[in-house]
Design a protein around this ligand. Structure first.
Ligand SMILES: C[S@@+](CC[C@H](N)C(=O)[O-])C[C@H]1O[C@@H](n2cnc3c(N)ncnc32)[C@H](O)[C@@H]1O
Length: 368
């Protein structure tokens, strides 16, 4: 684990591009909004006495969660009309917090909730979710979407693939162990933060019962495609064996059983800290670019729209896999060529491509 405990070397696209490129992530959060509202409706009334605190962990530029938070604030107002509402946005220190500020304060392309009522206090933190983000016993509802699959560090390099979904044997075990330890750590910190009776609504990438996961729901497997192109670059001598292996995403997609384990094992410190699993289900949110391609049928347009959404979250990992002593321009060109290859592949043969989202929607409560 890195000293600071945040996922080293990963950043989302900056300059507000993240939310523009990832409309699918907004659909995921919109689908979770009723869970957030229900969580607020279920809080003990006394919890509103001294203020309401909501956190959005791994928020990126905050654009995808603005409308959900607006609805959460309405739900709080219905329970306690004048209570001050703090919204704590957190992400890693290298996140583009300027873009976040622009979006929250209405300077970006999205509508914000800030004018919805008085006494709304957005607060911004660069603390990783592998640490405690807010003071103990102050959090009412903790939220996170599409972020906690990023491990605190890379368990190992994967020798034959770019993501744990393609790992085998000891390498897979290593990722599984790391993910288990990380998930427990995330939960233990949240257990400290929550007020008794408080709730977590965590929407995380998952492997569902059919072994579906992000970009693998029956069509072309997106992660296998990443690997296939990277492997071709290795075969062509464009990346070295070390660079190939370095491109290992520090991620893991838990199953429902893996998410549930520390919340159901009565001997686990997470269970003993008072956290209880109230609800977990898996859902697929369709790739908006593939859906729109099904209507317009223009393969080149699909490829142009689809590749940036992938690029927004994995470009930094591909780039950082390349040896630092290679000229910057050469590294940039390699990455450019990588995504252009992917784009041409989709454009030439678009059928089955797409990044359907597969998430576990989880509600966790802290006992009174
Ligand atoms: C795919 S984006 C999701 C953004 C937003 N929550 C959404 O659903 O649209 C993942 C975010 O998680 C953040 N992240 C990754 N590891 C993190 C960590 N250890 N602590 C806090 N944020 C982290 C990344 O920086 C990135 O902004």
């Amino acid at each position: 684990m890195s000293i600071r405990g945040h996922s080293e070397g990963i950043t989302m696209s900056g300059g507000g591009l993240y939310s523009l490129a990832t409309i699918g992530a907004k659909h995921v959060i919109d689908a979770a909004t009723p869970m957030v509202v229900d969580a607020i409706n279920s809080l003990p009334q006394e919890n509103f006495a001294e203020g309401f605190t909501f956190s959005d962990m791994g928020t990126a530029d905050a654009g995808t969660s603005l409308s959900m938070i607006g609805k959460a604030i309405d739900a709080v107002s219905a329970r306690a009309p004048d209570v001050p509402v703090s919204v704590v946005y957190s992400d890693q220190p290298r996140n583009d917090f300027n873009a976040l500020i622009s979006n929250v304060y209405g300077l970006g392309p999205f509508e914000t909730y800030l004018e919805q009522r008085k006494d709304i206090f957005p607060l911004v933190s660069g603390t990783t979710f592998y640490r405690q983000i807010v003071p103990a016993g102050t959090l009412d509802v903790g939220f996170s979407a599409t972020a906690m699959h990023w491990l605190s560090s890379k368990a190992c390099n994967i020798s034959n693939h770019v993501q744990a979904v393609g790992a085998e044997g000891e390498e897979l075990e290593s990722f599984r162990g790391q993910a288990h330890r990380d998930w427990r750590q995330i939960l233990l910190h949240r257990a400290r933060e929550l007020k008794p009776g408080g709730k977590l609504v965590l929407i995380n990438f998952a492997r569902d019962q059919q072994e579906h996961y992000l970009g693998n729901t029956g069509g072309v497997n997106m992660f296998d495609t990443f690997n296939q192109i990277w492997q071709t670059f290795l075969d062509q001598g464009r990346v070295t064996r070390d660079e190939y292996a370095n491109m290992t995403l520090p991620q893991y997609y838990n199953t429902v059983e893996e998410f549930s384990a520390p919340l159901e094992d009565t001997n686990d410190a997470v269970f003993q800290a008072g956290l209880r699993l109230e609800h977990i289900d898996t859902r697929i949110v369709k790739c908006p670019f593939a859906e729109s391609f099904a209507e317009h049928g223009d393969a080149a347009r699909f490829a142009e729209e689809y590749i940036p959404t992938i690029r927004s979250w994995n470009e930094s990992i591909f780039f950082n896999a390349l040896a630092e002593d290679r000229p910057l321009q050469e590294r940039r060109q390699t990455i450019e060529d990588y995504y252009n290859t992917y784009r041409d592949m989709v454009s030439d043969n678009p059928e089955g491509h797409g990044m359907d989202y597969v998430h576990a929607y989880t509600v966790i409560s802290k006992q009174h």
